[in-house]
Design a protein around this ligand. Structure first.
Ligand code: AMP
Length: 196
């Protein structure tokens, strides 16, 4: 059976110091699983990545992990994925993650998460895709980043429309609903049906 929707989650390979991070990763996974959705993610078994994947499967969702061979060699791959795709490079991984999802969500994370978020945001502003992107601002984790972005707009290095390409929210439910709904409204519907 095809999943009801497919969402790519970027998040930390660590769990961080605040319990809210893992709680929200768990809540996001449950939300996806309970609605028979599909999680696309970096395929790791550690940190918030492992938590969101485990929670998605626990609640009945499908999990697609996409990971480079180099990380498999380091034994960080999550063998419990429904589909574990092993690619050669990080670039291939991110391209495939973007193809396999209809929407993107960043949870708290470190440099890898930032890189993934900014790349998918850049691809959207350049018109490479028109899929929705969200930031889940758990416990104010992204406050500083959002303030900096607003500063970039006021200093004229970013346009307001570019900022508006990303939604941010403190609560996962309404944000996920908005992302999934928007992914279904894309021209031609959910194009993932052709790919997945
Ligand atoms: P970070 O936020 O720096 O912990 O990096 C997490 C993001 O980068 C994830 O969304 C993954 O796609 C990728 N990544 C970084 N480290 C790993 C790892 N050990 N296993 C799998 N993916 C990773």
């Amino acid at each position: 059976m095809n999943p009801a929707f497919s969402i790519c989650v970027y998040c930390g390979s660590r769990s961080g110091e605040r319990p809210e991070f893992a709680e929200s990763a768990r809540a996001v996974g449950h939300w996806i699983g309970e609605r028979h959705g599909q999680l696309v993610y970096g395929g790791g078994r550690t940190g918030l990545m492992g938590t969101v994947a485990e929670a998605t499967r626990e609640a009945g969702g499908r999990v697609v992990g996409i990971i480079p061979q180099a990380l498999v060699d380091k034994e960080v791959a999550n063998q419990a994925c429904d589909e574990l795709l092993i690619v050669d490079t990080m670039h291939e991984r991110k391209a495939l993650m973007s193809k396999r999802a209809g929407a993107f969500l960043a949870l708290p994370g470190g440099i890898g998460t930032f890189e993934e978020l900014f790349e998918i945001w850049t691809w959207r502003q350049l018109g490479y895709h028109d899929k929705p992107i969200g930031i889940l601002n758990v416990a104010g984790y992204y406050d500083g980043l959002l303030t900096f972005m607003a500063h970039s707009v006021s200093d004229g290095l970013m346009s307001p429309w570019q900022m508006e390409l990303v939604r941010s929210a403190d609560a996962h439910g309404p944000l996920l609903e908005a992302l999934v709904e928007e992914s279904r409204r894309q021209p031609g519907g959910d194009r993932l049906a052709d790919i997945v």
